[in-house]
Design a binder for this molecule. Structure first.
Ligand code: FAD
Length: 408
């Protein structure tokens, strides 16, 4: 295969910026265009629910590269420009201003969008989702000692917003439909750890909550009404009920789409000239032996190097295990692997759940499929070979903090 001369990347988030970087690092010298719908330099989103939201970190710290870097690397970064259609047969991307750009190879990195809740009152002022810098700024404006924040959804985003809001002394109520926050991701034992953490920090948890409406006066949110008729007053409402991959362009391009863009092990879509990376990529994972679409920072950070290599004609497959992290108050955690609901038959804990200092392991058929370290650090590199190698585990030894991972 001859090397392409013109590559277009659609989506100026972490995955898009890292793809541009990887292409240049790997020697691509042709024309490189990065289309970014947002009017900001590509940035990382994790700070939007942590340090940036809490007002403790600047936006510049979250940008992937300063603007000079794009100039130095001859990357045609177009901010505030949305791609509106892809003509795959003609190898053209149409832009919102009516112009078009041709490509030899295209990378889709359009990310994900918050799932909307079709609740009465959800369009009132003071109701927010959290995906962009503007969203974070709008939510932070409701923080403060005399303010009350209602958060709908006890997932990672809801809990992190709660932690940032409490840090600013805001009163916080979380409404979660399930019996515990994070229940679907972590299972009951570990979900309880996060419930206890937030209760200890003064968050009111309304579990098993059925919400009827967001109440409002003169178009501004005033709280939440539950199915039992009771109301809880709030100055603002944050809805965090998950995201959906933004596959609008992929569908217009005629790509195979099913919970994201279907890509092979090398991140190539059903069109050999189009690749997908980050939150939108539903990847045929060679190590896990199944498809996964991972909505986390590390995937957006790491997949681009593989996509770039494959685009430039090398044999490359993405083999990294899914990884993510979260920070809430004094709790920091990392999670490696993939243990969706119903996929494991055993949970083993090494350490102390009550002190929130432990490593948890999800196993199936006595093999670790995922691990989470909470306030314990530098262990994932030792645990990773056990997951990748499918090592048969003695669970008594696994639970014993005096047994080294190498021994296992
Ligand atoms: P995105 O970051 O969504 O970027 C896609 C970009 O493409 C957007 O800027 C979008 O405007 C642009 N775009 C879309 N369509 C077009 C178009 N047609 N034309 C031009 N541009 C377009 N992950 C963790 O592992 N740990 C965390 O602690 C964590 N915290 C998070 C906190 C928040 C508040 C959020 C929102 C996410 C968090 N994540 C976290 C998830 C992580 O940020 C995402 O997985 C990551 O942003 C995905 O990167 P991406 O580049 O694939 O997509």
């Amino acid at each position: 295969m001859t090397a392409p001369q013109q590559i277009v990347i659609v989506g100026g988030g972490l995955a898009g910026a890292k793809t541009a970087e990887a292409l240049r690092t790997q020697g691509f010298a042709g024309r490189l265009t990065l289309l970014a719908a947002e009017n900001h330099l590509p940035y990382e989103r994790p700070p939007l629910s942590k340090g940036y939201l809490a007002g403790q970190a600047s936006f510049d710290e979250a940008t992937v590269h300063p603007s000079q870097w794009y100039r130095d690397n001859d990357i045609d970064l177009r901010l505030g420009i949305r791609a509106t259609a892809i003509d795959a047969a003609a190898h053209q991307v149409r832009l919102a201003d009516g112009s078009s750009i041709g490509y030899e190879k295209l990378v889709l990195a359009t990310g994900a969008l918050p799932r909307r809740l079709p609740l009465p009152g959800a369009d009132a002022d003071g109701v927010h989702y959290l995906r962009t810098r503007e969203d974070a700024d709008a939510i932070r404006a409701h923080f403060g000692a005399s303010k009350r924040l209602a958060i709908i959804g006890g997932g990672w985003i809801g809990l992190e917003v709660a932690a940032a809001a409490r840090t600013a002394d805001t009163q916080v109520t979380i409404f979660e439909a399930a019996p515990l926050p994070l229940l679907g991701v972590l299972g009951p034992e570990l979900a309880q750890v996060f419930a206890d953490l937030h209760t200890a920090h003064g968050v009111e948890l309304r579990l098993g909550a059925r919400i009827d409406a967001i109440t409002s006066t003169d178009g501004a949110a005033t709280g939440v009404r539950l199915a039992d008729g009771s109301t809880i007053d709030a100055d603002a409402v944050v809805i965090g009920v998950g995201v959906a991959p933004d596959v609008r362009l992929a569908e217009l391009a005629g790509l195979q789409v099913d919970n994201g863009v279907l890509v092979d092990a090398s991140l190539r879509s059903s069109d050999p000239d189009i690749y997908a990376v980050g939150d939108i990529a539903n990847h045929d994972h060679p190590v896990l032996g199944r498809r996964v679409r991972v909505e986390h920072w590390a995937t957006a950070l790491n997949q681009p190097a593989t996509a770039a290599a494959a685009l430039l004609g090398q044999q490359a497959t993405y083999t990294e295990l899914p990884y993510f992290f979260s920070d809430q108050y004094e709790l920091g955690m990392e999670y490696l692997g993939h243990a969706p609901n119903g996929s494991y038959d055993q949970l083993v804990v090494r350490g102390d759940l009550a002190k929130r200092e432990f490593v948890a392991f999800w196993l199936t058929d006595s093999r670790i499929i995922a691990a989470m370290n909470v306030n314990v650090w530098d262990v994932l590199d030792q645990i990773k070979p056990l997951i990748v190698g499918g090592t048969l585990i003695d669970t008594d030894l696994l639970a014993d903090p005096d047994v080294s991972y190498a021994t296992l």
